[in-house]
Ligand binder design. Structure first.
Ligand code: EPU
Length: 433
C-alpha cells in the first residue's frame, strides 16, 4: 500500500495543466466499441480507472493501441463476446457504459454490476428504465446486467430525476435504435455533452445535449473518428480549491472556465480572488476564507464531487458554514479523518455538515476512503501544520493524473512512499525538516 506524506504550511504557487476528463473518457471509450472502424482519442487522462476500462474492452476483443501518454487508438471490429464479467469490470463505475454501447451495437449485453467509489447506494434503475423503453428486456442475473432486444426502437423517456450515468448509457443505446428517442429531464453535465459530441463525430445524430431535452435519431452504423476529450472540471476545481486553501497563487491552464463557474462563484463569495482567461483561471488567496453555505446540485449547480474540497476549505474559515450533500448519501466519510487534524465539523442527518472554522489544522495520519474525499485529505495536509500521512492513495490515483508531481511542481512538500517503508518516511522527514 502506498501513502502520501506531506509537510504542510506552504502556499502553492505556479502553473498547472489540467488533464482530460475522466468521467467523459469513460463514456467515450465505451462509445468507441460501437464502430468497427478505428477511433483515435486524444487528451485521455493517464489514470487507473481508464487503464481498467481499456483492459475490459481488450478482454472483449477490441484492439487498443497507446500512441502516446494521452492518445489511444481503438478498433473494435473483432469484439468476440458481449459478456463483460471480469474482476476489472467490477472495479470501476464507468464499465456500466458498456451495457448501452453493446446493446446499441449488438442488441445484447451482459455486463457485471459496476463498482466505483462507495459514496452511497448508487442504484441503476434509471438506466434499466431507459433500456426497457427502447424495447429491450433487462434482468439482473448472477451479478450481471443482462440486456437483450429483438431490435431497439426509439422512445420518449422521462427521467424522474436527472442522472449522468443513465443519460449517457441510454443515449449510447439510442444512437443505434430505429427511429427517434427523446430523453427528458436529461443530465446537462459537460461530460454528457462531450460523449454526445464524440458520438456525433462517429455519425450519430444527437441534438440538445447540454439541455434537459436530448433528441436522438437512430442510425444503422457508426464510423471511425478522431476526437479530443474536454479538460477535467473536477481536477481543475481541485487545484482551484487547493490554491485557495494554501493561500497561494496558481494559474490553472487547459480548462473551460464556463464549466468552473459554480466553483468560481463560491470562491469569490469566501473572499478568494479568481481571474478568468480564455482557457485558464488564476486563483489567489492571502487570508482565511470567509464562511458560506453550499448545497450540491446537478450541473450547473455546485458539483457533488467538489463537496469534500469545499468542506475542507471551509474548515479553516472565519465563521460557521453549512454544506449540504443532496446527490449521494454517503459522501462525508472523510470528515472523521479531518477532525483528527483538528477540524470542527459535525455531520447531521448524514447529509449536512456544520463547519465551525478553526484557525489551524495540524498534521495527522488519515486514510482516504474514496477518490474525492481522498483528494480533500491531501489538500488538508497541504493546509495543516506539520506532517500528514494520507493512506490508501490508490483511491486518489483512480481519478487524478500525476497528482503528487503536479502538486510538487506547485511547491507542495510531499512524497509517495510505501506504507511499510519506514526508512523512506524518516528520510523524507529529515530532508524537509
Ligand atoms: N441514481 C439512481 N438511479 C439511477 C442512477 C442514479 O437513483 O439509475 C441516483 C444516484 O444514486 C445519485 C443520483 O441519482 O444519488 C445521481 O447519480 P448519477 O447517475 O448522476 O451519477 P453517476 O453516473 O453514478 C457520475 C460520476 C460521479 C459523479 C456523479 C455526479 C462517473 C463514472 N461518475 O456518477 O463521479 O459524482 O456523476 O456528477 O461518471 C467521481 O468522479 O469521483 C464520481 C463519483
Amino acid at each position: 500500500m502506498e501513502q502520501y506524506i506531506i509537510k504542510g504550511g506552504k502556499p502553492l504557487r505556479g502553473e498547472v495543466s489540467i488533464s482530460g476528463y475522466k468521467n467523459a473518457a469513460l463514456g467515450i471509450i465505451a462509445a468507441a466499441v460501437m464502430t468497427d472502424e478505428t477511433v483515435k482519442i486524444e487528451n485521455v487522462p493517464d489514470i487507473s480507472d481508464i487503464d481498467i476500462l481499456l483492459k475490459v474492452i481488450t478482454e472483449l476483443g477490441a484492439k487498443v493501441d497507446r500512441i502516446g501518454k494521452h492518445t489511444i487508438r481503438i478498433n473494435a471490429s473483432k469484439i468476440n463476446t458481449v459478456r463483460a464479467d471480469s474482476e476489472n469490470v467490477r472495479k470501476i463505475r464507468g464499465s456500466y457504459y458498456l451495457v448501452g454501447a453493446l446493446l446499441g451495437k449488438y442488441n445484447k449485453a451482459q455486463v457485471a454490476l459496476p463498482g466505483g467509489c462507495n459514496i452511497g447506494s448508487r442504484p441503476i434503475d434509471r438506466h434499466i428504465k431507459g433500456f426497457d423503453a427502447l424495447g429491450s428486456e433487462v434482468k439482473i442475473e448472477h451479478g450481471l446486467i443482462c440486456a437483450k432486444a429483438e431490435k431497439l426502437t426509439g422512445a420518449s423517456i422521462y427521467f424522474d430525476e436527472s442522472s449522468v450515468g443513465a443519460t449517457i448509457n441510454v443515449m449510447l443505446a439510442a444512437c443505434m435504435a430505429e427511429g427517434q428517442t427523446t430523453l427528458e429531464n436529461a443530465a446537462k453535465e459537460p461530460h454528457v455533452v462531450d460523449v454526445a459530441n464524440f458520438l456525433n463525430s462517429m455519425g450519430a445524430n444527437i441534438k440538445g445535449a447540454g439541455t434537459d431535452v436530448i433528441r436522438i435519431k437512430g442510425v444503422t452504423k457508426l464510423h471511425g473518428s478522431e476526437y479530443s476529450i474536454i479538460p477535467d472540471q473536477i481536477e481543475a476545481g481541485t487545484f482551484m480549491f487547493a490554491a485557495a486553501a494554501s493561500r497561494g497563487d496558481v494559474l490553472i491552464k487547459n480548462v473551460i472556465p464556463k464549466h468552473l463557474e459554480a466553483f468560481t462563484a463560491k470562491l469569490l463569495e469566501v473572499g478568494v480572488t479568481v481571474e478568468e482567461y480564455d482557457d485558464a483561471v488564476r486563483v489567489m488567496a492571502k487570508d482565511r476564507p470567509g464562511s458560506t453555505h453550499v448545497k450540491t446540485l446537478a450541473y450547473p449547480g455546485f458539483l457533488t464531487d467538489m463537496q469534500p474540497l469545499m468542506t475542507t476549505l471551509l474548515s479553516l474559515s472565519d465563521g460557521t458554514s453549512i454544506v449540504t450533500e443532496s446527490i449521494f448519501e454517503n459522501r462525508f466519510k472523510y470528515v472523521d479523518e479531518l477532525t483528527k487534524m483538528g477540524a470542527n465539523i459535525k455531520v447531521v442527518e448524514s447529509n449536512t455538515a456544520i463547519i465551525t472554522g478553526v484557525e489551524r489544522l495540524t498534521g495527522a495520519i488519515v486514510s482516504a476512503s474514496d477518490l474525492r474525499g481522498g483528494a480533500a485529505l491531501v489538500m488538508a495536509g497541504i493546509m495543516a501544520e506539520g506532517f500528514t500521512i494520507v493512506e490508501n492513495v490508490e483511491y486518489i490515483e483512480r481519478g487524478y493524473e500525476d497528482f503528487e508531481s503536479k502538486l510538487q511542481k506547485l511547491g507542495a512538500v510531499m512524497a509517495k512512499v510505501d506504507s511499510n517503508d519506514l526508512k523512506a518516511i524518516k528520510k523524507f522527514k529529515l530532508k524537509v525538516g
